[in-house]
Design a protein around this ligand. Sequence first.
Ligand code: PMP
Length: 432
Amino acid sequence: MVNTTIKTTKSQEIFAAAQNLMPGGVSSPVRAFKSVGGQPIVFDRVNGAYIWDVDGNQYIDYVGTWGPAICGHAHPEVIAALHQALEKGTSFGAPSLLENVLAEMVIDAVPSIEMVRFVNSGTEACMAVLRLMRAFTGRDKLIKFEGCYHGHADMFLVKAGSGVATLGLPDSPGVPKSATSNTLNAPFNDLEAVKALFEENRDQIAGVILEPIVGNAGFIPPDAGFLEGLRELTQEHGALLVFDEVMTGFRIAYGGVQEKFGVTPDLTTLGKVIGGGLPVGAYGGRRDIMSMVAPNGPVYQAGTLSGNPLAMTAGIKTLELLQKPGTYDYLDSITKKLADGLLQVAKETGHPACGGQISGMFGLFFTNGPVHNYEDAKKSDTSKFGRFHRGMLERGIYLAPSQFEAGFTSIAHTEEDIEQTLKVARDVMSNL
Ligand code: PMP
């Protein structure tokens, strides 16, 4: 018999106090559980595949601090390396050997990257890459896809979906129209829409940026030929192709989606895994383009804590761990067991659902599907997802608190963790 109620007294107290201190009581919006409802959980510590809250409840974690924890939380080798690095101080604000080491690892791994610049977040990486795309091509317009997220810089905050999308109307107050007027949107997996945008905006489009496997509208893989088609279209129109692999880099394969699918973009953004749980982002790509970045070239971009020794150390150790033979086969096999199992449970308990996984990234939509883009994803029964999320949480399974987020596994997740998760899912879905 699984426990259906959890004690959340301390979580409630701390979260209530936080309301007066920080907007919504959080440092990033999704954490407030607005889209699933219910009391957010305040956490105390993480280890391996597990996370513990301030009331002492333990959960199997499928958020993995939104992707970085691919080796499991607080991996002993990462922690030991960090202890050693800490002895030498927390920041130099000057060149260090550690940057060379991580840069070399990234360049060796990611097919498109010949040179790299480290920053502190995925947002920063995407913001910088857009400036570089524009500078290199001398063009201002950008094509992105509805439902893709590239951080919170003004130019990317364009409402996904509906007819207004291509007009570039800003998603958030405070974003001036002028900041998004050059941002064009197309539905994901729709090459014809991209083709039309290129025709309508001849010689004006700097490039196309996308999550090559979408995670920020739920898990949506590219249709066969979509990435290849974008590669051809961008080349034909003298525009750049940018893969935002902040989520997928070193997760879908060691060399990211570009290695897995054999399509090489001009530029790539990274984050999450390459920081091993510390704040890091990076952008890199063709040497001729990257050579335009200051102080080599005129495109300005800088950062006080960029290349920080602690973040570099956690990143290096994490990538070393990922290089062990069998890592990605293991991730793929346990995640497949989970994703297939969830679909099977949904089917047997009578809930329309679709979903899937690639390597250590998965998703489940409460709709029959298929889901090829954000419009399809929005057909999901989000209130059912909210009840499912709560039910899972109360029985010790921590899923991302939104229907429109992908799930993440780690090499610390065991077969038993997956079996326990599926057992709980069956119980929850039987009572939704
Ligand atoms: N790009 C993608 C694909 C992301 O998933 C995210 C964050 N989830 C970002 C950019 C922004 O990264 P950060 O939160 O580190 O600013």
